[in-house]
Write a protein that binds this ligand. Sequence first.
Ligand SMILES: [Zn+2]
Length: 218
Amino acid sequence: MAEHRIEWVGTPNYTPGRAGRKPIAIVNHITAGYYPGALTWMQNPAAKVSSHYLVLQNGRILQLVKDEDTAWANGIVNRPNWPLYDGTNPNRYTLSIEHENISGGGLTEAQYQATLWLHKRLIKRWDIPINRDTIIGHDKLDTVDRPNDPGPNFPWDRLFTDLQRWRGGGQVAEPWKVKLVEQAQKEGLISEYHNPDDPASKWFVLAVALNLLKKIKS
Ligand SMILES: [Zn+2]
């Protein structure tokens, strides 16, 4: 397993602070251009764009904006398809990761390992749940002009499998158990992914029961 580290590069394109918000989700992007152009563009004040991180095809992780500050990553929200979007600027409550490639491309193995490592670090630091509402693509914020950001070749299934395995302490639940959890999530009984083999505490059982009650009553 390769050693990963974050290289600070910086950019003038950001807003200090987050207007009192904290990151609740990670937004994945594809640069649609190669390094170093992809980086110098995000460092050019005229571009008025940036992201917190840029993961290169060779596995290097560059940081342009501090997690505590607001990157200019998600442009204009256009017919969003993101349940956690609250009508305010999503840059305020998301962390953004750009991946070096042309539009529609996938990730190299080195790049995948680097972004997996970075996801784990951000999930741990900001207490971000692992599910498809909290780890998303730019396409969810702009379904009109960004349908391919990060695009169909982004390794979502592999990323979620690896993150859930990591969260579950290396244990991988059988597919039928995972399916049950996903079904319960879809039905609104639970709000995020849970390792199916985790023991259920009293509060959790009660929360599920109350969610069910709410569904029956409505
Ligand atoms: Zn994007």
